[in-house]
Write a protein that binds this ligand. Structure first.
Ligand code: UD1
Length: 423
């Protein structure tokens, strides 16, 4: 197991290029399985979750080739003969559950493990299953596995997602495009990852109406063809580096290869902290303010403030003089980073689904533990402004979702060393 040793504080100055989005790539990879011919996805990040999903896909007999040097992923679905996704792989990454929609949608049959627990409380998949049933598929549970069956032509109907769910919208799109006569998803997720998937499915031959809105209507298509598609830049990585740029008064970063139009209301919230932010088509320049304003936020579905950036925001707020409150309305228990930040000298207090940050507290290097992907990156952000040496243990979480994190940050002035963590 690896850990990071971070020496701080260090201002950050220079350019950071954004990688392809993990959460956008995974649905595209699942969609490739619906086609009769191979697909190439460009701008796929070299991340542990992508490697895991490659292995999940390989179990089916599909060929997967990752040209890592060029971030190009080739998926040939023409040899699929094993319609299963086993627990050993699905438990490593929840999005493997997209295999249910993909296999059921293409072959009318699937045996996919339930994803199991999660580091930040219960994350059910009931809506995925109810939606497939509403479409006319047969869904049964057997010893931790979902057994799905679907005839060649399902009646479809209408299903309302309550609450709106990215994963359920993706799975229902995958399951329905080849199978459901006419199926409407109400309160569908409108996250850019879903929009990219729906547009890509239409380019493959699907018939999805209402893309970009929360009401998607799918009408059955006979066949889909593989294609070449460009994955989107990672909007959460973009937001994370914008926050990194604001945390030290001498920092200024230009974030390149990004898509600012995917950030929803985030840049608006971000400007309120007092940073200078210049945005053009593919770049965002951030100059840290001399003094950060304490700004409270509430996570919401897109285009609102993303839950995947709340831990980073709370970390930034430790450096703002005053009180701010971060409320997560999507996940009620996503604060495992709080005791670790307090160990570095921060003053955070959790109350139900909110955390109150009392700033500004100087941070001091200490040993802290990563608990999940976004919590881990928050500890790195804190370590870069803390005085002295911080050890961030269990950074394997980071390798799930941030491509070349320490390389990118070191290239703009950070001092982060990856070493082996003694047990
Ligand atoms: C995706 C993202 C994750 C992000 C989250 C919210 C991927 C791989 N992951 O996760 O990084 O934090 O969106 O933006 O894209 N829910 C149910 N029943 C269900 C499904 C969801 O009650 O069947 C609830 C969840 O508990 C949660 C809310 O719906 O409260 C939203 O979750 P969802 O959008 O499904 O998140 P994921 O797709 O799992």
């Amino acid at each position: 197991m690896d850990k990071f040793v971070i020496e701080g504080p260090t201002p950050l100055r220079g350019n950071i290029a954004i990688s392809g989005s993990k959460n956008a790539a995974l649905p595209l990879m699942a969609a490739a399985l619906l086609a009769d011919s191979p697909t190439t996805i460009n701008n796929v990040p070299r991340l542990r979750d992508i490697y895991t999903f490659n292995n999940v896909i390989r179990v089916t007999g599909a060929h997967v080739e990752f040209d890592e040097e060029n971030n190009r992923l080739h998926i040939d679905p023409t040899h699929i003969n094993h319609l299963q996704a086993p627990y050993e792989l699905v438990r490593k990454m929840r999005a493997s559950f997209y295999m249910l929609g993909a296999l059921l949608g293409r072959f009318g049959e699937a045996k996919v493990s339930l994803p199991g627990g999660c580091a930040w409380g219960p994350r059910p998949v009931d809506l995925h299953l109810k939606g497939m049933k509403a479409m006319g598929a047969e869904i049964e549970l057997d010893k931790g596995y979902v057994l799905g069956k679907a005839k060649n032509r399902l009646p479809g109907g209408t299903f309302k997602l309550e609450p709106s769910s990215v994963g359920a919208t993706v799975n229902l799109l995958l399951a329905s495009v080849l199978k459901a006569e006419e199926f409407t998803i109400e309160n569908a997720a409108i996250e850019p990852d879903v929009t990219l998937l729906a547009n890509t499915l239409n380019r493959m031959g699907a018939n999805i109406e209402g893309i970009g809105t929360d009401r998607l209507t799918i009408r059955q298509t006979e066949k889909l063809q593989g294609l070449e598609v460009d994955n989107a830049p990672d909007r959460i990585e973009t937001g994370t580096y914008m926050i990194a740029a604001a945390m030290h008064p001498e920092s200024e970063l230009t974030i390149t290869n990004t898509d600012p139009s995917d950030l929803g209301t985030f840049p608006g919230s971000f400007r309120k902290i007092g940073a200078r932010v210049d945005i053009n088509d593919t770049e965002i320049y951030v100059k840290a303010p001399q003094k950060l304003n304490p700004i409270s936020i509430k996570t919401k579905v897109y285009p609102g403030f993303p839950t995947d950036l709340q831990a980073q925001w709370a970390t930034m707020m430790t450096q703002a003089p005053g009180r701010s409150v971060i409320t997560d309305t999507i996940y009620f228990d996503r604060f495992s980073y709080v005791p670790e930040l307090n160990r570095l000298g921060a003053d955070l207090e959790v109350n139900e689904n909110s955390v109150t940050v009392n700033g500004r507290t100087p941070l001091e290097g200490a040993s802290v533990m990563s608990t999940d992907l976004r919590a881990s990156v928050s500890l790195v952000l804190a370590g870069m402004v803390a005085e002295g040496t911080s050890d961030i243990l269990r950074i394997y979480h980071l390798d799930r979702g941030y491509e070349q994190l320490e390389k990118k940050l070191n290239s703009v002035g950070a001092s982060i060393t990856r070493t082996e963590q003694e047990e």
